[in-house]
Design a protein around this ligand. Structure first.
Ligand SMILES: Cc1cn([C@H]2C[C@H](O)[C@@H](COP(=O)(O)OP(=O)(O)O[C@H]3O[C@H](C)C(=O)[C@H](O)[C@H]3O)O2)c(=O)[nH]c1=O
Length: 176
């Protein structure tokens, strides 16, 4: 796996290094030892998936507050998404910065997002499937939302959403 830094400290685009032969390819997509050696969260305890048939679906921006903060390893297993993280860690050198990456099932790339960052995506194709590996179990009482078009983040979305939940569309401004 190759790790590329992003605009957020501690967030990385993870590119696989596939082994190819006449049968196709094999690629490692996660390794606890490799992640731990890089100082990344290696204890991923829950996996989830979302299926999004409509192009232009926007989910997020979500995070879990302490003490159930979660690091995430996100990949598109079908289709292509514009994936975004926002740094909400007041002590971070990239506080309030965002990082956006295009995750494409055909590239098998992934986005590692550290605890303390919000995450969301916009689907760029129909029938997108998004797989999450996270470092903390779902804690509904700690579920938090920040708004995709919050001026505090000025995220460079490629298009406006065609489908978004009322909860995501109505999040309050992050800064007072
Ligand atoms: C996240 C989660 C949700 N749920 C239940 C709660 C709701 O009844 C239902 C849908 O949840 P929600 O509308 O929060 O799903 P998304 O809007 O896709 O949220 C996810 O998408 C954004 C982009 C993320 O980064 C998070 O991983 C996650 O918040 O699944 C669970 O049972 N377990 C879970 O881990």
């Amino acid at each position: 796996m190759r790790f590329a830094e992003t605009a957020i400290a501690g967030a990385y685009l993870v590119e696989p290094e596939p082994f190819t032969d006449e049968r196709g390819l094999f690629a490692r997509t996660f390794c606890a030892e490799t992640f731990a050696a890089r100082g990344l969260e290696a204890r991923l305890v829950q996996a989830s998936t979302s299926f999004n048939p409509t192009r232009g679906t926007l989910r997020g921006l979500h995070y879990q507050s302490a003490p159930h903060g979660e690091a995430k390893l996100v990949r598109a297993t079908a289709g292509r998404i514009f994936d975004v993280a926002v740094d909400l860690r007041p002590g971070s050198p990239s506080y309030l910065a965002h990082a956006s990456v295009e995750l494409d099932a055909s590239h098998r790339n992934a986005f590692y997002i550290p605890e303390g960052c919000a995450h969301g995506f916009l689907t760029l194709t129909e029938d997108c499937e998004v797989l999450y590996l996270v470092s903390a179990a779902h804690a509904p009482d700690c579920a938090r939302t920040v708004r995709w078009d919050d001026p505090a983040f000025a995220i460079d979305w490629p298009a406006a959403p065609t489908l978004i939940s009322p909860r995501d569309a109505s999040a309050e401004d992050f800064l007072p």
